[in-house]
Design a protein around this ligand. Structure first.
Ligand code: SAH
Ligand code: SF4
Ligand code: F3S
Length: 477
């Protein structure tokens, strides 16, 4: 998942009102929502926008005209929390000028810090954890009557399955669809099980219906989201028992097929796969459907088996490499990306070198790379010392990043001369005369404007590249 990309989300009023006719007359109060962290948070903000528009709010991109300001937050690393704190102090200043404005914190930091942001630090009026968004209208009312508005209850079954998210992105081509919530994996470095609670899967019928609705409103790509999509299981309890014998069970490979069958014109992506759970069935489903994109994000975290044990990841270096082999065997030309942590507790030079050699063996197309950041209450915080010095963490991270740049460039260079099917996403950020889109392998392609528009599939011949982007010309379709 792409992390810590903050973005101001804007719901166009026209779009909101078109979907929520009945709220037209009531849509007077304005909501401003800002999201940090992973795609799941961006997806949740759309659920929040839906709940709020049903309760008489319209969305705005101008914080100064907002009645309610919500910030959807991330706790994955200390830096992520620091950025949010800085933002909250900015909002606090705005509130001094406009005391009527309600400021609320949502998401993982809200869940982790609970009341303290409200009571000790007095930074916000309202705190709502990831499973408490249906309660937001009540919480806002409570703030109005001078009460402390906190709901950080985690649920075992909330999936917001019945809520049709209000799409906040401006593109209208690609959408996130959450298929499960929470995580039961307890990787020792990770705060997510504490902030998101137990794993639960969403009803497949509602997932398929949401994809059908997205297609009919012009979307051409969905990304199915979960912390560990390979453990998606519908109608099966966490203990592995069938819940309702009258109903079928559905695993991730089966869900992928159902979504792929919605339409050959709807591209299907997913994130995140877990190496310990990724089955060949999923790979076969990907190979069988042209519209399931040939791209897998398979976080490795470390290339050393002992470090992986300390991380409680549930696989070894050999197991991981076997999964990479299976991808290459079953899906020729599949792009692979990863997440890597440098300087985890006790990581020796030799253990770090194993990460470097694994990267060379896999030659990832893309990677997200991080320095280990100790998180309160995690297994690692309780069991191990965060003993790799900061400068060693940085040096190792730099080496990892530099290596990855060469692999990304080599991967892109291999595409030169090939013709790629590209989904047009919009005008390029750099130049009005160019548009951009993605290949199935998730590479960004830039090409001159032509007789096509956002949402079209086009054939692009790749002429040149950088480590981040492919450059091409559109050929006759
Ligand atoms: N569920 C996904 C990832 C969720 S968090 C998975 O299992 O892969 C996204 C990434 O953040 C992780 O893959 C990891 O590389 C990184 N991350 C998580 N906790 C971290 C920490 N304490 N310090 C540094 N990076 C961390
Ligand atoms: Fe965190 Fe591990 Fe769960 Fe991913 S699988 S969210 S890294 S605990
Ligand atoms: Fe961050 Fe929470 Fe996502 S900690 S990475 S926003 S699940």
């Amino acid at each position: 998942m792409s992390l810590e990309e903050n973005e101001i989300l804007e719901g166009r009023q026209g779009e909101v009102l078109a979907r929520e006719d009945s709220s037209f007359a009531r849509a007077s109060k304005k909501l401003y929502i800002e999201s940090y962290g992973c795609q799941m948070n961006f997806s949740d903000s759309e659920v929040v926008a839906s709940i709020m528009t049903k309760n008489g709010f319209s969305t705005t991109r101008d914080v100064d005209e907002a009645d309610v300001v919500l910030i959807n937050t991330c706790s994955i690393r200390d830096n992520a929390e620091k950025r949010v704190r800085k933002r909250l102090t900015e909002f606090k200043k705005k509130k001094e000028k406009n005391p009527e404005m309600v400021v609320g914190i949502l998401g993982c930091m809200a869940e982790r810090l609970k009341k303290s942001l409200l009571e000790q630090e007095k930074l916000v009026d309202l705190v709502a954890g990831p499973d408490a968004y249906r309660d937001l209208p009540n919480l806002i009312e409570e703030v109005g009557t001078g009460q402390r508005a906190v709901n950080v209850l985690l649920s075992r079954d909330e999936t917001y399955a019945d809520i049709s998210p209000v799409r906040l992105d401006k593109g209208g081509v690609s959408a996130f669809v959450t298929i499960m919530r929470g995580c039961d994996n307890m990787c020792s470095f990770c705060v997510v099980p504490f902030t998101r609670g137990r794993e639960r899967s969403r009803d497949p019928e509602t997932i398929v219906q949401e994809c059908i609705d997205l297609l009919s409103s012009g979307y051409r790509e969905v990304t199915l989201l979960g912390q560990n999509v390979d453990s998606y299981r519908w109608n099966v309890s966490n203990k592995g028992e069938i819940k309702d014998k009258e109903l079928p069970t559905v695993n991730f490979a089966q869900l992928l097929e159902k979504v792929a069958k919605v339409s050959p014109d709807l591209r299907v992506r997913f994130s995140t796969s877990h190496p310990k759970d990724m089955t060949d069935d999923v790979l076969h489903a990907m190979a069988a459907y042209e519209n399931i994109c040939n791209y897998i994000h398979l976080p490795v975290q470390s290339g050393n088996t002992e470090v992986l044990k300390r991380m409680n990841r549930g696989y070894s270096r050999e197991w991981y490499l076997n999964r990479i082999e299976a991808i290459h065997q079953i899906i020729p030309d599949c792009a692979i990306s990863t997440d890597i942590i440098s300087g985890f507790c006790g990581e020796s030079d030799h253990e770090h070198d194993d990460t470097v050699t694994l990267m060379r063996l896999v030659a990832y197309d893309f990677a997200y790379m991080f320095k280990y950041s100790e998180r309160p209450k995690t297994l690692a915080e309780r069991k191990f010392k965060d003993d790799v010095p900061e400068e060693v963490k940085s040096k190792r991270l730099t080496e990892i990043i530099e290596n990855q740049l060469t692999y990304s460039l080599a991967s892109n260079k291999k595409r030169i001369g090939k013709v790629e099917k590209v989904l047009v996403e919009g005008v390029s950020k750099r130049s009005e005369e160019h548009m951009s889109g993605r290949t199935g392998r998730n590479s960004m392609v830039v090409f001159p404007v032509g007789d096509f528009q956002k949402g079209d599939y086009i054939q692009v011949k790749i002429l040149n590249c950088t480590s981040a982007t492919l450059l091409g010309e559109v050929i006759e379709n």
